[in-house]
Design a protein around this ligand. Structure first.
Ligand code: BGC
Length: 913
């Protein structure tokens, strides 16, 4: 017996060892999400990662097989809707589903296995799934309902509450809630919140697209009486959105659409839907508004309203509305959530005597109050980003946005309160009406944003640059509240196209933005005017005025291109192609016959440097004609590339000719034979160089003029929104990485580190939001949380740590590692989590000795540049290069070595000079 036990133990040990050696696909994603439900993509795309073992180098997938089954994770002939067979391919991201037509409400399970170039066949992956939402308008049987509560036009109305009680007498097998609203909703089932999403159904171009969300409520439904309850808020639909000109502002009620599909274990299916049997009331939320905050009277709370047995006899009925289902689309998976909690740093009393709490970080979200006060006590919290020169609370830069919470207490021993349909941009809060002295424990900061996954990490030996990186990431998060916004605090918070465009490349390093931008681009396309012109903000609530600005409208081309490059997402090009083309068509019609754009409205190089007092210091102004024509050329080139990728042969010639003519005219109009540009501004050189508008032979002279301009300003930039993202790139690409680095390290105004030196914790809208004399810039436009100038982040990743994509292998299937080992830093490290896995580039230097660590994910390849004038002394993990790269090949370049490597971790040691 003992022997037998030993044998079994040994056998077990043996099988564990063999298992460990086995490979299996990891991290299965469908449409960028883990097991999404309620999608309406008819041909979903599937991605996975290969098993990764850093000591196991040069691993490439050579084939894969996908199986998809309906209803059950059982993959046999009767269930399978797609069996791909063994496909010889190294593609492991965005495999397009190729099986039978997908059906509404059905769940599809999928699994994959792959073969690699080491002769291994992986195990099947664990099954993953996706579930379809409502694919046909006839799948909806719910009716739109509105509260029978009279509307007071022109002001914020109290939030309507809706409830419906229903009985479930049998065992539920599965239950789904499909829900949306005109306005924002917060839904409950039996007293508990449904899902952890907030600001649902999100902000879209509501008259063209309204998203619905799908929730799995199987576990929340009880086999007895149940109550579904929903609160609606104005949100972006009809709130005080500044200057809005759309039809939603007045005389429009909030409306709700709810459909619960419940399947019992005996196979019966029922639906609980919004209809005339629902009841409605108003409650404690007297006002809740995106800009203005919330007024809440806890004394009139509807205790128990969302649980069964509540007395609804005072509640009113609802009106049925015929809004139809034509604009309904499934939500595309990056909801806004509460992401983290912040403890306040200190409570202070300002010179004016205001009681102010400092959160220590400019953040976006709200304050949770945790208090014990008397019934009827009214506590008012206002939010501000900064204190003024004297140290007083400063809200002038919020313009008309009140950012104010008014809470009337009910007198419970402990009251915990968070607002509902509003968010604030703030670092400081002012407390009024608090009985006695509050403590730090009374307040918690709740940080909210679109729950995009962090994919980028950058750190170096300079603390101020690290603070800059932190500021960029905070500004990105704070301005990713369902749409990419300009700012989160004043009366704007719009999806400004220009801001989105300039920041997209940096954004896609820091966080996974694929689904986020995909949704926004659908709205951009939906808003596009007949002429092809693009509205200045998306979703558009400002009307058509000031549409078609170059640098802003170019978001229609640059953002999809960026998503394509970062994620290898060809579908975004397919889906946006018409929209991209239409933008070019619009510009071609706007341009004069020589294709120079001299007309139209253009924001230009927004917020370029102007010296506040000294008129002898040249401003950074660049003629709008030059900017407009340069962007026309650049976007035309990107559409031409998209046409090539999508094999639109018929379109190619048009774009090629267009581009050639624009370039010719551009040179004639703006460039002298000696490489000087008119206007002679930094942004002019930057755009011309970055967009390839200059002939090769004058590039060195043009670059020299740019550098001279920077030197004349004592190494300061003078660029605005449009020139800034490319400035350091152009310098690095043309032989002046040291000048780029000096600009980055510059601490005096105008520079990236000037705000850092003033204690900024987010990126400022203006280079001098707080001026050197501590006074403020024009309060009309002085946000302290505006990501546009954070676009330097892209240069930090791609140059300091040198992680660069290759255009012909988008999505980092192949990439470059070419770090700039500057003597201004002793180390720099970055990681980027691509769809294939983590790319890492980390270097440290000690004098001239450099150590560089690189990670290349499985199924990718990299070209690594080692900058050294030494021959022979370079080692990788202690071995001479020649030994390690015998097989894969390496060569010497003028400045060092260039290595072509496969997956794995590499550690190089070398001497720079
Ligand atoms: C916004 C921007 C935007 C600009 C357009 C501003 O008010 O905050 O960032 O791009 O207007 O000019």
């Amino acid at each position: 017996m003992r022997k037998l036990v030993t044998v079994i133990v040994l056998l077990n040990l043996f099988s564990t060892c063999t298992l460990q050696a086995e490979i299996q696909p990891q991290k299965l994603l469908c449409e960028y999400a883990v097991n999404p439900i309620g999608i309406d993509v008819l041909k979903p795309r599937l991605s996975w990662m290969l098993s990764s073992n850093p000591t196991d180098r040069n691993v490439i997938q050579i084939a894969y097989q996908v199986q998809v089954s309906i209803d059950k994770p059982v993959f046999n002939n009767s269930n399978m809707v797609w069996e791909s067979g063994k496909i010889m391919s190294d593609q492991s991201v965005h495999i397009v589903y190729g099986g039978l037509q997908l059906e509404s409400f059905k769940r599809y399970y999928w699994r994959i296995k792959y073969w690699d170039n080491k002769g291994r066949e992986s195990k099947w992956s664990q099954p993953a799934y996706w579930e379809m939402g409502l694919l046909n308008k006839t799948d909806w049987t719910a009716q739109w309902i509105e509260a029978k509560i009279p509307l007071i036009p022109g002001v914020s109305n109290p939030c309507p509450y809706f409830r419906k009680e229903f009985n479930i007498s049998k065992k539920v097998k599965s239950a789904r809630l499909y829900i949306t609203s005109r306005g924002l909703y917060e839904a409950y089932l039996n007293g508990g919140k449904i899902g952890n999403e907030i600001f649902t159904p999100g902000w879209t171009s509501y008259d063209k697209r309204i998203q619905y969300q799908t929730y799995d409520i199987t576990d929340q439904i009880k086999q007895e009486n149940n109550v579904v309850g929903v609160i609606l808020g104005d949100g972006w639909y009809k709130g005080n959105i500044s200057h809005r000109t759309d039809s939603f502002k007045n005389n429009t009620k909030l409306a709700l659409l709810v459909q619960m599909n419940i399947e019992f274990t005996d196979g019966e299916m029922i639906r609980i839907v919004s209809d005339k049997s629902w009841k409605t009331s108003i409650g404690p939320i007297k006002m809740s508004d995106i800009y203005n905050g919330e007024t809440y009277d806890a004394r009139v709370e509807l205790t128990g309203w969302n649980t069964s047995g509540y007395d609804e006899s005072n509640w009113m009925g609802v009106d049925i509305k015929d809004y139809g289902y034509a604009v309904l689309v499934a939500s595309s998976v990056v909801p806004v959530r509460k992401i983290k909690e912040m403890k306040p740093k200190e409570i202070l009393t300002t010179p004016k005597g205001e009681l102010v709490v400092d959160m220590g970080q400019n953040m976006v979200g709200w304050i949770r109050m945790n208090i014990s006060v008397q019934r009827g006590d009214k506590i008012i919290i206002t939010h501000a980003e900064v204190l003024d020169k004297e140290g007083n609370f400063y809200t002038t830069n919020l313009n008309s946005a009140k950012q104010k919470i008014e809470y009337t207490a009910k007198g419970d021993p402990l009251e915990i309160y968070e607002p509902h349909f509003t968010f604030q941009g703030f670092r400081y809060i002012k407390i009024e009406g608090f009985p006695g002295k509050p403590t730090l424990d009374n307040f918690t900061g709740i940080v909210i944003h679109s729950d995009v996954r962090q994919t980028g990490f950058f750190e170096c030996s300079n603390a101020m640059i690290n603070q800059l990186q932190s500021n960029i990431q905070w500004s990105q998060q704070g301005n990713f509240v369902d749409v990419p916004t300009d700012c989160p605090q004043r009366n704007e918070r719009f999806g400004w196209t220009g801001d989105a465009q300039v920041f997209a490349a940096t954004a896609c390093f820091n966080f996974d933005c694929a689904a986020f931008y995909t949704k926004w681009l659908k709205d951009l396309k939906a808003e596009q005017l007949k002429s092809g012109s693009v509205t200045r903000i998306v979703p558009n609530v400002l009307g058509e005025r000031r549409s078609g600005s170059t640098g802003w409208g170019d978001a229609a081309v640059i953002v999809p291109w960026t998503v394509y490059m970062k994620y290898g997402d060809k579908r975004i090009l397919e889906e946006q192609y018409e929209s991209m083309k239409n933008w070019i068509l619009f510009l071609a019609q706007l341009a004069d016959s020589d294709l120079i754009i001299r007309k139209g409205f253009h924001y230009g190089d927004w917020l370029f440097f102007i010296h506040p007092t000294d008129w002898n210091v040249k401003p950074g102004y660049t003629d709008v004609d030059l900017i407009a024509t340069a962007f026309f050329y650049y976007s035309t080139g990107l559409v031409e590339k998209a046409a090539k990728i999508l094999d639109k042969q018929e379109d190619l010639g048009y774009y090629q000719n267009l581009r050639a003519t624009i370039k010719k005219s551009f040179k004639k109009e703006f460039v002298t034979a000696n490489g000087r540009l008119s206007p002679n501004s930094q942004t002019a050189y930057v755009l011309a160089l970055r967009f390839n508008l200059l002939d090769d032979e004058i590039i060195p002279r043009a670059t020299r003029y740019l550098v001279r301009n920077i030197e004349e300003r004592d190494y300061h930039l003078s660029t605005g929104f449009l020139g800034t993202p490319y400035l350091c790139h152009v310098l690095s690409d043309n032989g002046y990485p040291d000048v780029a680095m000096r600009l980055l390290l510059q601490k005096t105004y105008p520079s990236w580190l000037y705000p850092v030196s003033r204690g900024a914790t987010t990126i400022w809208e203006r280079w001098d939001g707080i001026k050197p004399d501590s006074s403020f810039e024009d309060p009309e436009m002085n946000s302290f949380n505006h990501y546009a100038y954070g676009s330097i982040g892209d240069w930090m990743y791609t140059n300091i740590t040198g992680i660069r994509g290759k255009e012909i292998y988008p999505g980092y299937k192949q990439f470059i590692i070419d770090p700039y080992i500057t003597d201004s830093l002793s180390y720099a490290k970055a990681r980027f989590n691509s769809l294939y896995g983590t790319i890492k580039s980390e270097w440290t230097r000690d004098g001239d000795r450099v150590s560089l660590s690189v990670s290349v994910p499985v199924n990718t390849r990299a070209t690594i540049h080692i900058l050294t004038s030494e021959t022979g002394s370079v080692t990788e993990s202690g071995q001479p290069l020649s030994d390690v790269f015998k097989a894969s090949g390496y060569h010497r370049s003028d400045s060092g070595y260039v290595l072509e490597v496969g997956s794995g971790d590499y550690n190089f040691q070398y001497t720079l000079h």
